[in-house]
Design a protein around this ligand. Structure first.
Ligand code: NAI
Length: 700
């Protein structure tokens, strides 16, 4: 076997040394984790695993058979014991007596909580009867691309028989539920020699007498499919061969950064969307291919895939050999309108009495020849996962269209899944989005005291945040800490010197590529200096004006450019200073630069209003804790200016304030949040002092 072929095969990850000492439930977790660790075995969150385990009933003390099955939600790769639902097998079997037939199968879901063993709060998933009724103790249900390629081929029954003989059976398409569970049971009873079954347009079921045997059957079955597909497709160009060539990586990024904010602006009217960009090799192979348009039009097949990706992607017409992005931008809104009209027509054609109201009709997946794929969703994880699912669908189409014809699900079946009352109930149970959900913020000086506090506050309200800072070490640390606290999908760090035009442009490109655009700029990067005017070096003067005035101008100008393109309004918050309003001894350069910031903010508020861009200022004072400004020379210089010891400064400032209180980074962050959110939707050109009261800086 060549190295490439060996790499395409799944490794058997089962380690007896690890598994032997485990309890049966622990072995189920272990099996699930190693299965889920490879996306070729199953897509994110897709598929489920189960074990039927004899345990002591807490009520009677007797031994009872308990089904442990992956609960609703969650992902096999990371699932832990508490991710599994536990149900009495005798009660599940007894449900067959209550079953009134396929047209009533949804009502069976309501009985599942009554079968719960040991007060387990984890909700049982819709696939529970599929596992319960397979008369084998260990069952895997996976969504491997190689198997779905066969399951979604026009002659999938014949292919399954050809590849697997009688070892793996085949069942026609039926959406998951009680009836499919009964079909599986019947199949197993009639085919005792079989150790699995391919479900048309869906995935794979495999089983065994031990956890290990079940796992090994799953891996061997997928490997057999991979090997067979390799043999059949050898030497054949995928998707009818390449029609166009990819642009260079930096050209792809530049085009994506121009398009994504525009798309985002066009599809965020109902609720803000976040974007994800993918220009990996499998995506480019597909979008550049001759068969892109006919295959994309067929839509995705596995229900898991299209629930995230919508049935069809939008293909953006573009010729990378004559790259005319302006023409694409000019056509885009018409193309998205047409997609929406198409989706509305699909809804009207397929809706039944009692179907839930039509959901967001905008495309989720955008495919662009030569450039790659953009995916958009209400949150960044879903945008990323939707992209991953479309890559699964590409893999499926590659296999299916090479060995047969690829078929998507019939439209009505797809609709019935998309608008399934049980799916709708799941959506209704989702928590209300936070106040900044779907928004993207860039915080300059984000690795400093006030910047980190502001980023934290915005993240806590559901925003995605790019922290931008010149200090790489602090940036890496802050990025790590915020990612651990709020999830890696919603935080990015970018090195930026606000005085460098190129750095600033690159940081905004990162925002667009990582999240799809930008809504909030917190311009906060800063330094401080202190010296009597006669001792103020020109370099000190210039440095203050460079970072605090020019830097604030550069980031705001770039934000304006994006805001205007995106057409979703925009929000800028400047962190200026009390010193921008009140003169302070021995700090003329700093005070003057801060005053320039404040006036710049007012000018921008004036210019931004017609675009719904709001610009406001927060003026902190004496935020010693957490601030790097206050760790260096500035602290000593300020202490010297007031003829006191540096340790006395915090108390000095507290006493100097009218309210006799210290000001912390979190206090400043609260004002940033207020101004960055819709709470202050009708305020622009304003200043909020967060200084515990200082009559000198009262605005007038
Ligand atoms: P900090 O020193 O903790 O944070 C400032 C951050 O800006 C640092 O991480 C630094 O690396 C970054 N930075 C400096 N130059 C940069 C450049 N050229 N490009 C990109 N990043 C750069 O200080 P703190 O206290 O958090 O200050 C934040 C802002 O608040 C500053 O604008 C400061 O003037 C202002 N401010 C602070 C007050 C305080 O008492 N701490 C009072 C009034 C205003």
């Amino acid at each position: 076997m060549s190295d490439a072929h060996a790499a395409a095969r799944l490794a058997n990850l089962w380690d007896d040394a690890k598994a032997t000492g485990m309890s049966e439930p622990e072995r189920l977790v272990y099996r699930s984790n190693i299965l889920g660790s490879d996306k070729r075995v199953t897509n994110y969150g897709g598929g489920n695993t189960s074990s039927k385990i004899w345990q002591t009933d807490p009520l009677t003390g007797e031994q009872v058979e308990v089904l442990w099955v992956k609960g609703s939600g969650g992902d096999s790769a990371t699932i832990k014991l508490d991710g599994f639902a536990t149900l009495y097998m005798d009660k599940l079997r007894a449900l067959k007596r209550l079953y009134r037939g396929p047209e009533h199968e949804d009502e069976m879901v309501g009985y599942l909580p009554h079968c719960t063993f040991n007060l387990n709060p984890r909700a049982a998933s819709i696939d529970t009867p599929l596992h319960a009724f397979v008369p084998k103790p260990f069952v895997d249900h996976m969504h491997p691309d190689a198997i779905i390629a066969i399951a979604a081929a026009k002659d999938s029954r014949m292919l399954t028989q050809k590849i697997f003989g009688n070892r793996i059976g085949w069942l026609p398409w039926r959406r998951p539920g009680f009836e499919l569970g009964l079909w599986l049971e019947k199949f197993c009873r009639e085919n005792p020699e079989a150790d699995g079954v391919v479900l048309e347009s869906h995935g794979l079921f495999t089983w065994g007498d031990t956890s290990k045997q079940c796992y090994e059957t799953t891996i061997a079955t997928i490997n057999r499919a991979i090997q067979w597909l390799e043999g059949e497709t050898k030497g054949q160009p995928a998707f009818g061969g390449a029609a166009v060539k990819s642009l260079r990586a930096e050209q792809r990024r530049a085009i994506a950064a121009r398009l994504m904010p525009r798309i985002r602006g066009m599809i965020s009217a109902g609720s803000y969307k976040l974007g994800h960009f993918d220009d990996s090799a499998p995506v480019l192979e597909f979008v550049n291919s001759n068969n892109l348009r006919p295959l994309a039009a067929l839509g995705t097949s596995c229900p898991d895939h299209f629930l995230r990706t919508k049935i069809r992607p939008l293909v953006i017409e573009f010729d990378p050999a004559k790259p005319d992005v302006d023409a694409v931008l000019a056509r885009l809104s018409g193309e998205i309108d047409a997609y929406r009209a198409d989706y509305r027509a699909y809804y009207d054609r397929c809706k039944r009495s009692g179907s839930p109201a039509m959901r967001d009709p905008n495309p989720v997946v955008y495919l662009m020849p030569g450039v790659g794929m953009f995916t958009f969703a209400a949150d960044n994880t879903t945008a990323r996962v939707s992209g991953e699912f479309y890559v699964n669908a590409i893999n499926v189409m590659r296999g299916a269209s090479a060995v047969s014809s690829y078929v998507g699900l019939p439209e009505q079946e797809a609709f019935d899944i998309e608008y399934w009352s049980l799916e709708e109930a799941k959506l209704q149970r989702m928590p209300k989005p936070k106040s900044l959900a779907g928004r993207v913020a860039l915080v300059t000086g984000g690795a400093g005291g006030i910047g980190t506090a502001a980023a934290t506050r915005l993240l806590a309200e559901g925003a995605c945040v790019v922290i931008a800072d010149i200090d790489e070490a602090s940036l890496a640390q802050t990025n790590e800490e915020l990612g651990a606290a709020f999830g890696r999908d919603c935080v990015r760090g970018v090195k930026l010197d606000v005085t460098e035009e190129r750095d600033v442009a690159a940081a905004f490109v990162d925002c667009a590529l990582e999240f799809g655009g930008i809504d909030i700029l917190v311009s906060n990067a800063g330094i401080s200096s202190s010296a009597p005017i006669v001792d103020t070096e020109l370099s000190t003067w210039n440095r203050n004006l460079d970072i605090l005035a020019k830097g604030y101008f550069l980031v705001s100008r770039e934000a304006f450019r994006y805001f205007v393109q995106q057409q979703l309004g925009g929000n800028i918050v400047f962190i200026a200073s009390k010193n921008g309003l009140a003169a302070s001894p021995n700090a003329a350069a700093y005070c003057t630069a801060k005053a320039a910031e404040i006036h710049l903010a007012r000018c921008l508020a004036l210019e931004g209003a017609e675009h719904q861009i709001r610009v406001n200022t927060v003026n902190p004072d004496a935020v010693l804790r957490g601030s790097k400004i206050w760790t260096g020379k500035w602290r000593e210089q300020r202490a010297a200016a007031y003829s006191m010891h540096p340790d006395e400064l915090e108390e000095h400032y507290r006493k100097r304030s009218m309210l006799k209180r210290s000001v912390f980074p979190e206090d400043v962050a609260e004002a940033v949040y207020f101004l960055a959110s819709d709470l202050s939707a009708k305020s622009t050109g304003n200043i909020i002092n967060v200084d515990a009261g200082n009559a000198q800086s009262f605005t007038r």
